[in-house]
Design a protein around this ligand. Structure first.
Ligand SMILES: [Mg+2]
Length: 348
């Protein structure tokens, strides 16, 4: 996907020519700041052409509504990976495809109870703490699997991690899904032969401090749409002594929408009320099933000056922690549910 390609190009160029990159970054930031509404939206990905014109109008209206609400107020800029237009376009077209899905009916499929150690689940259900779910890719880290990048000595990853799987990582698949992933072609018969995959990762600035701090106040879990083998290797690196992260949920726990979209349906935490759960994710469609439980964070790729985690930490401590119902706070702060309902579902 375009965004991922952009991230890669920028990650690569950041190392090869840091001055150029910094200029490019500033120019993107300025562009977003100066012209937040001057956006050309394309909705080619929406198949129904008859609906296309209407959607286009809706998207324009979305922009107007969003500008009033200060879309994505967390962080110093409203830029998602330097590609705000594309982000909105993709996200809205994805969410519009989900509008007829009744997530409540789809609860049983991705059971957390298969993976969840019973003792931990019982502890969390009984806990007075709120549940903080964190996405992994582009939220806490950015990973490169591409050999071209991994072999480039000029790229200084924060860590290079290996993990074993039965499937070879496919760059093609990563580009399609816009997230780190293993190949998922179910029609393939895997030989059972183990393959060592290598991944280079950039760690989002402040991850360790963030995890240390939030784990004092929240029950913290990772909820990733990536494959278990890959995700575990990264999480083990981030939290080697299992001090901060109490549990992990993976791709199997997501609901697949179409071929590529994976929604993290929070209703899978059956015995934990939604008023106590938040999900921090760089993709809005990840929390499309419960928009008011989502905290949108800008995508991270490599930027060492990124301060989004400290912004999110501040929001969590000051707003979410004391909240009786986190949905009300998020609804008032982000307004995602209202916007999507008004613009995409009611199609006013
Ligand atoms: Mg992500």
């Amino acid at each position: 996907m375009e965004e991922t390609c952009l991230i890669k190009k920028r990650a690569l160029s950041s190392v090869k020519s840091p001055i150029k990159l910094s200029l490019a970054d500033d120019s993107i930031r300025n562009k977003v700041k100066e012209k937040p509404l001057n956006l050309k939206l394309k909705i080619d990905s929406i198949k129904d052409k008859a609906d296309s014109k209407k959607q286009n109008l809706n998207l324009k209206r979305f922009h107007n509504e969003v500008s009033k609400l200060k879309f994505c107020p967390i962080g110093s800029n409203a830029n998602i990976s330097g590609n705000y237009d594309n982000y909105l376009e993709v996200t809205l077209s994805h969410i519009s495809q989900m509008k007829d899905i009744h997530f409540d009916d789809a609860l049983e499929s991705p059971s957390i109870y298969e993976h969840f150690p019973k003792k931990i689940l019982e502890k969390i259900v009984k806990s007075d703490k709120k549940l903080l779910l964190l996405d992994l890719d582009e939220t806490l880290i950015h990973a490169d699997f591409d050999e071209e990048f991994l072999n480039d000595k000029q790229i200084k990853y924060d860590a290079t991690i290996s993990f074993v799987s039965e499937e070879m990582y496919s760059q093609e698949t990563k580009d399609d899904t816009n997230e780190s992933s293993l190949t998922t072609d179910d029609s393939k018969e895997y030989s059972g032969e183990k393959i060592v995959n290598t991944v280079g990762i950039f760690i989002r600035p402040g991850v360790k401090e963030f995890l240390e701090e939030v784990s004092k106040y929240f029950d913290v879990g990772i909820f990733t749409a990536s494959a278990r083998e890959y995700a575990d290797s990264v999480i083990n690196y981030l939290d080697p002594n299992n001090k901060y992260i109490k549990f992990r949920l993976y791709r199997d726990n997501c609901i697949n929408i179409g071929d590529l979209l994976r929604v993290k349906n929070l209703n899978i935490f059956k015995n934990i009320p939604l008023e106590k759960i938040v999900l921090v994710d760089n993709n809005m469609y990840s929390f499309a099933a419960q928009l008011n439980n989502g905290i949108l964070i800008n995508s991270f790729s490599y930027d060492k000056t990124d301060t989004e985690l400290s912004n999110v930490l501040s929001y969590l401590i000051n707003f979410i922690l004391p909240a009786e119902d986190v949905r009300k706070i998020n609804r008032d702060f982000f307004g995602f549910q209202n916007i999507v309902e008004e613009i995409l579902i009611k199609k006013i």
